[in-house]
Design a protein around this ligand. Structure first.
Ligand code: FAD
Length: 359
């Protein structure tokens, strides 16, 4: 029979949760990690087949075990997934996969967790590392499209063979939308890319090094959201990394379209009033948070987003990891996992020692 009560429960064991588990284990805390996925690395494994990271291996390692291979080279998503699995095994981290938390609430001064299989667990401290990209966000226009139009969110897209014959519109020109549009443009079909504003492109490499090497050297990755540089960065559109999109646009292999403003039947309407008949639409329109399982007063704002200061909730005993801009630009990237996990788990340890944040 599994133990029911722990000092700390970690929910979510992707890269952020694994980095936290490493520190919790070193602190000698009684803890367990719970993850609804089948195994470590599944969130990377489930992404599109051709995905290669824009961050080099030297930025993709977790504490105590760097990624092997060329540190300036870019790993595939499966390489990262296998690395995360190896990481969990190497440090024998106590994580149960296939354990989805459906409810977490306060109960007699502790947290009470309900799992999908009905099991109940208790903890003094809760660390939520359930990922920055939880539920696909799709614009309302999607619901007005005819059934004959094949629609996929970027999280459902795996490879070009999923699409039917005819033109494809990729909506959203961030890194996923740009990479998917470039991949489809090599398949001899008409590819259109809808961008809601100007696209800022940065090369993957500069002077023989990854652009992330230079961003790190300039302090851009670690600038806090409150610093002058951080406040400026937060106002900028996220860049698209790599020159492939620019080249495909220049060759005419991808046609740039304005923002999507509506849809009807097989037609998509754009902000400039133009209409386009489409056979396939890929919504690379991002994600929204989903903390519907977290039923703790004072934990979330009116939009369901975590209330926190650098990952520490105003609710005693509750912490977060892996949130966008939690402490810096790199907080929702692998590069930020190690530093943020060290910081949050140190705060958790302090609170345990002082007893000040546990009621
Ligand atoms: C297409 C794409 C490309 C990206 N490319 C890069 C890149 O090149 N470089 C980079 O650094 N970053 C990249 N990122 C961003 C980032 O590194 C990833 O999103 C990363 O997976 C976030 O790690 P995480 O551990 O915070 O969350 P996740 O990897 O999402 O892990 C969260 C875990 O929590 C579990 N979980 C969620 N809810 C529950 C629950 N209720 N109960 C139990 N378990 C739960 C999930 O099963 C999951 O395993 C990319 C993201 C996307 C979408």
């Amino acid at each position: 029979m599994a133990k029911q009560s722990y000092q700390t429960i970690l929910i979510g064991a992707g890269q952020a949760g694994l980095a936290a588990a490493y520190h919790l284990r070193k602190q000698g805390v009684s803890f367990i990690g719970l993850d609804g996925a089948g195994q470590a690395g599944d969130s990377w494994r489930s992404r599109y087949d051709s995905l290669t990271l824009f961050t080099p291996r030297r930025c993709d390692g977790l504490p105590g075990f760097p990624m092997s291979g060329d540190p300036h080279g870019f790993p595939t998503k499966d390489e990262v997934a296998d690395y995360l699995q190896a990481y969990r095994e190497r440090f024998e981290l106590p994580i149960r996969y296939g354990a989805r938390v459906v409810k977490a609430e306060r109960h007699e001064g502790r947290f009470r967790l309900k799992l999908a299989d009905g099991e109940t667990l208790y903890a003094e401290q809760l660390l939520a590392a359930t990922g920055p990209f939880q539920k696909p966000a799709v614009p309302q226009a999607a619901a007005s499209l005819d059934e004959g139009v094949l629609q996929l969110h970027s999280s459902e897209y795996r490879h070009p063979a999923q699409l039917q014959a005819g033109p494809v519109l990729v909506v959203g020109a961030g890194n996923s939308g740009a990479q998917i549009a470039v991949e489809l443009s090599g398949q001899g079909r008409e590819v259109l890319l809808s961008a809601s504003g100007p696209i800022r492109v940065l090369p993957l490499r500069f002077l023989g090094r990854s652009i992330f090497h230079w961003m790190d050297r300039l302090g851009l990755l670690r600038a806090s959201g409150q610093s002058l540089m951080g406040r400026w960065l937060r106002k900028q559109r996220d860049p698209v990394f790599g020159r492939e999109l620019t080249e495909s646009l220049r060759r005419g292999a991808i046609r740039l379209m304005p923002r999507v403003s509506g849809a009807e039947g097989r037609d998509i309407r754009f902000a400039d009033g133009s209409l386009l008949k489409v056979a396939n639409v890929i919504w690379a329109t991002g994600f929204r948070p989903d903390y519907s399982w977290l039923r703790v007063d004072g934990a979330l704002d009116g939009d369901g987003r975590p209330l926190h200061t650098e990952g520490v909730s105003p609710v005693p005993g509750l912490y977060y990891l892996g949130l966008p801009w939690q402490r810096s630009r790199s907080s929702a990237l692998i590069a930020g996992a190690a530093g943020d996990a060290a910081y949050v788990t140190a705060r958790m340890q302090e609170d345990r020692l002082l007893g000040s944040r546990l009621d």
